[in-house]
Ligand binder design. Structure first.
Ligand code: GLU
Length: 491
C-alpha cells in the first residue's frame, strides 16, 4: 500500500501534490517523491517522509501545472532514494508512480534487459515504466495506448499514474486491486489520489476508477475512460458527501477499525504469488534457500514479542502438526537474557511487524552468533530485522497505524500457514489430498474474512446488550454453542 496523487490543470501542481501526500502519509512513509511537468519532467524524491522531501527540495524550482506524487510503502527493494517513486523510463521520456505489486516483474525485467534496458532501482515499478516505453517506441502509439497494451502483459495489483515528455499535461491512470479516485474540477482540471482525502477540498465531483479501467486525462477536455480490452466506458461521476475529517480515516471512526476492514485485502496480499493453486504448491521465495535447513533442523525457534508472539504460537501448532518439526516459541525479551542453548542445527525465526523490535533483534543476533540459521517474518521492507536475517518473508499487510495490531497479526498467521504447508509438503508429512484441501481453504480465507466483517452490525447490537454482563446468559449460550452446552438448567 502507498499513497499516490496527481494533478493537471491551470494551477501550480506542487502545493496540491505536497498537501495530498501529507494526507496520504498514513498509507506509506518509506520515501516520498514528486515529478513536475514544466516543458520536460523534473523529478524530486528521497527516502523518508513528506517533510524530508520538502526539506530535500528546499528552494529548488517547483514549477509545473501537471505532476504526480508518491509516498511509498516498499514491497520490492529497500526504502532508499533510488527506489523511491516516481520512476523514470530509461530514455527519460516516461515517468510513473505505482501502488501495488507487479508479480511477473522478474520475467519482464529479464526480457527488457535482453533488449538493452538497464535498471537503476530494485523495484517492480521500474520494470513497468520501461515496458510502457518499449511498447510506445515499438508501436509508435500515444501514451494511453502504450499503457493499455503494457497492462495486458502485467500480472498483479496496481494503481498507476503516468506522464510523458511527448504529451505535456496529459496524465494516464489505471487501476487493478489498488484504489484510485479522479476528481474533476470546475475548470476541467483533474485531481488524482489513492483516496478522496487530497481531492475533497478542490472538488466534490469524483470518479472511482474500476478494476481494469484506464483514464486518459487532458485538462480542458472530458475525462476519457476505456478498459484494458479497449472498450470505452462512460465515466460515472459521484458527489462526495463526506467531510474531510472523516475521509482522513477513509470514513472509519479510527484507524484500528479501518485496518480491521482492510483484512480481506491484506491477507490476500500476504498470499499473493505464494499460494499457487493451479500448480498445487506453496512458494515462499525468501525462505526457499533455507528449506533444507528447516526440514533438517533440531528445532525451529520463534522469537517475538507481543502480538507477533501470539502469531508464533499459531505457527507452532501448524508446523508441528503439518510438518512434524519440533517448534519452540520464545519471548524475545526473555530469550536474549537467559543464555539459551542454541546450536547450528537450530533455525531461529523472528516475527515482527515493524522489523525493528529491539528485543527480537537482539535475540536474533544472539542466535546468529551461535551459528543458527536466522530468518524473519516482517511487515516493513528493508527493516533492520529483514536486513539482519539470512532470509525471510514479508507479510505485505501495508502500514498499521492502530496500536492494537489487527491486520498485521492475520497477515503473520497467513504467512505462517504458508510456511507450515510448504514444509509439510516438502517433508511428505501431509497427504496430497489434505494438502490440496488446506491450500484451497487458505485461498478462501480473504473472502471468508470479508463475509465475517459483514456481521459487524449484529456484533454491535450483541455487544451493546451484554457489555455490562459478567457472563453470557445460558439461553444465549445454548443458542450460540448448542453442541457444547446441551440442555443445562439456567441458574
Ligand atoms: N511495489 C512498489 C515498490 O516496492 C510499490 C509499493 C507501494 O505500493 O508503495 O516500490
Amino acid at each position: 500500500m502507498c499513497g499516490i496523487v496527481g494533478y493537471t490543470g491551470s494551477k501550480q501542481a506542487y502545493p496540491i501534490l505536497i498537501k495530498g501526500l501529507q494526507r496520504l502519509e498514513y498509507r506509506g512513509y518509506d520515501s516520498a517523491g514528486v515529478a513536475l511537468m514544466d516543458g520536460t519532467i523534473k523529478l524530486h524524491k528521497c527516502k523518508g517522509k513528506v517533510a524530508d522531501l520538502q526539506a530535500h527540495i528546499g528552494q529548488d524550482i517547483t514549477i509545473g501545472s501537471a505532476g504526480i506524487g508518491h509516498t511509498r510503502w516498499a514491497t520490492h527493494g529497500e526504502p532508499n532514494d533510488v527506489n523511491a517513486h516516481p520512476h523514470v523510463s530509461m530514455s527519460g521520456d516516461i515517468t510513473l508512480i505505482h501502488n501495488g505489486i507487479i508479480e511477473n516483474y522478474d520475467s519482464i525485467k529479464k526480457e527488457l534487459m535482453h533488449r538493452g534496458y538497464t535498471f537503476q532501482s530494485e523495484t517492480d515499478t521500474e520494470v513497468l515504466v520501461n515496458l510502457i516505453e518499449e511498447i510506445k517506441k515499438n508501436e509508435k502509439c500515444n501514451l494511453a495506448e502504450a499503457v493499455r497494451m503494457s497492462l495486458n502483459e502485467i500480472i498483479g495489483a496496481y494503481a498507476i499514474v503516468v506522464m510523458s515528455n511527448s504529451e505535456p499535461g496529459t496524465l494516464v491512470a489505471a487501476k487493478k486491486s489498488s484504489p484510485l479516485v479522479i476528481g474533476i474540477g470546475a475548470d476541467k482540471d483533474f485531481y488524482l489520489a489513492s483516496d478522496a482525502t487530497p481531492i475533497v477540498e478542490y472538488t466534490k465531483n469524483v470518479v472511482y476508477l474500476e478494476d481494469g479501467e484506464i483514464a486518459e486525462i487532458i485538462p480542458g477536455k472530458d475525462l476519457k475512460l476505456f478498459t484494458v480490452k479497449n472498450k470505452n466506458v462512460t465515466p460515472y461521476i459521484q458527489e462526495l458527501e463526506m467531510q474531510l475529517e472523516q475521509l482522513e480515516k477513509s470514513g472509519y471512526d479510527h484507524f484500528m477499525l479501518k485496518e480491521i476492514y482492510e483484512q480481506p485485502r491484506s491477507v490476500q496480499d500476504s498470499l499473493r504469488g505464494r499460494l499457487r493453486l493451479s500448480q498445487g504448491l506453496v512458494h515462499l521465495g525468501g525462505m526457499a534457500d533455507y528449506e533444507q535447513a528447516m526440514l533438517n533442523a533440531n528445532r525451529i525457534i520463534f522469537v517475538a514479542c507481543g502480538t507477533s508472539w501470539h502469531a508464533a504460537l499459531v505457527g507452532e501448532y501448524l508446523i508441528e502438526d503439518l510438518a512434524r518439526i519440533p517448534v519452540e516459541v520464545e519471548y524475545a525479551s526473555e530469550f536474549r537474557y537467559r543464555n539459551p542453548i542454541i546450536t547450528e542445527r537450530d533455525v531461529v525465526i523472528a516475527i515482527s511487524q515493524s522489523g525493528e523490535t529491539a528485543d527480537t533483534l537482539a535475540a536474533l543476533e544472539l542466535a546468529k552468533s551461535k551459528g543458527a540459521t536466522i530468518l524473519g517474518i516482517c511487515n516493513v521492507v528493508g527493516s533492520t530485522i529483514s536486513r539482519t536475517t539470512h532470509g525471510g518473508s514479508y507479510t505485505h499487510a501495508g502500514p498499521e497505524i492502530g496500536v492494537a495490531s489487527t491486520k498485521a497479526f492475520t497477515a503473520q498467521v497467513a504467512v505462517l500457514s504458508l510456511l507450515a504447508l510448504m514444509l509439510g509438503q516438502k517433508k511428505g508429512s501431509i497427504e496430497r489430498s489434505k494438502f490440496n484441501r488446506l491450500l484451497h481453504g487458505l485461498n478462501e480465507i480473504p473472502a471468508k474474512v470479508e463475509k465475517a466483517l459483514e456481521t459487524n452490525a449484529l456484533v454491535e447490537i450483541i455487544s451493546e446488550k451484554f457489555k455490562d454482563s459478567s457472563q453470557l446468559p445460558l439461553s444465549w449460550q445454548r443458542l450460540l454453542f448448542p453442541s457444547r452446552i446441551g440442555g443445562g438448567v439456567e441458574a
